[in-house]
Design a protein around this ligand. Sequence first.
Ligand SMILES: Cc1cc2nc3c(=O)[nH]c(=O)nc-3n(C[C@H](O)[C@H](O)[C@H](O)COP(=O)(O)OP(=O)(O)OC[C@H]3O[C@@H](n4cnc5c(N)ncnc54)[C@H](O)[C@@H]3O)c2cc1C
Length: 299
Amino acid sequence: MYDAIIIGAGPAGISAALYAKRANLSVLVLYHGESQLGKAHKIDNYYGFVDGITGAELYAAGIEQAKKLGIEVVESEVTGIQFETEQSYSVETPGKAFSGKSVVIATGNKKLRPAVKGIKEFEGKGISYCAVCDGFFYRGKRVVVVGDKLYAFQEASHLAPIASSVVVLTDGKDTAEISALVDGAGPALAGKITVDGRKIAEITGGSSVGSVVFADGGSIPADGVFVALGSAGGADFAKKLGLALDGDSIKVDQKMATSARGIFSCGNVNGGLLQVCKAVYEGGVAGLSAVEYVRSLSK
Ligand SMILES: Cc1cc2nc3c(=O)[nH]c(=O)nc-3n(C[C@H](O)[C@H](O)[C@H](O)COP(=O)(O)OP(=O)(O)OC[C@H]3O[C@@H](n4cnc5c(N)ncnc54)[C@H](O)[C@@H]3O)c2cc1C
């Protein structure tokens, strides 16, 4: 059992880890996939770098700094966070779950909405971003999941026993990864989930979603569309845990505490100024808040 599990190794997550570790907490950092920082060609406005620094260099340096302090930093995709006991959470990765007394979400901001005509228009009328939250509304109905990776497979797996049919749409992206996951899932799931790699042109319908139209002119009927692009992001975890959100951002107080005790969030995932300086500040606050919280448990 870790005192703090931090999801994300960007400036927010690493700052949280540094503060928590220096206060003697046992800390695990899990990271996977793109960091906004890694994409930045040059960071020219952060304190102390006279000639700037590339985002990739700063990202790697942060991870190195954490490892040097003795923090366990593991590259693994977090697929979910579950309530475990009253005083602990289970953080899930493929093949392994980690227990933590506190969790810091520092996954950066992920664009939840694909650029497909009709997605925004039908939100609340058949477009969903959370199978656990909304799957029940689609029992016996035809649903599609938009995505091409492990997260899309998990959403499809959750929907398969509930819906009459589940089609995973990769929207023109390679179908190999998702098809392998579906094929390896055993006959009960594999028989219920199909994969379609065609490019989506539009979601259409009347008062609610009715069908998905493809760029090749074809279409399939659909009562619900579940969006599950890339890896699960902080807002996806937050929705499943029932945390308070502000749009696509996680709602926090001044201590970076979310609406669930023991779960903190920091950096771009909280919205606001999407800059390194703010991610570092919020990471520091979240790390210290996790320390205060964990110490309060042992009293
Ligand atoms: C092109 C570009 C240029 C920029 N230029 C500047 C600039 O000049 N100055 C400036 O201050 N800011 C700049 N930024 C913004 C800056 O990079 C971000 O504000 C900052 O990186 C946010 O930090 P973060 O830790 O919140 O998120 P990120 O840096 O995005 O880190 C998120 C972390 O979460 C991990 N993660 C996400 N999902 C999962 C999952 N499911 N499981 C495990 N790990 C996960 C990722 O691997 C990553 O480690 C720029 C951004 C871009 C894209």
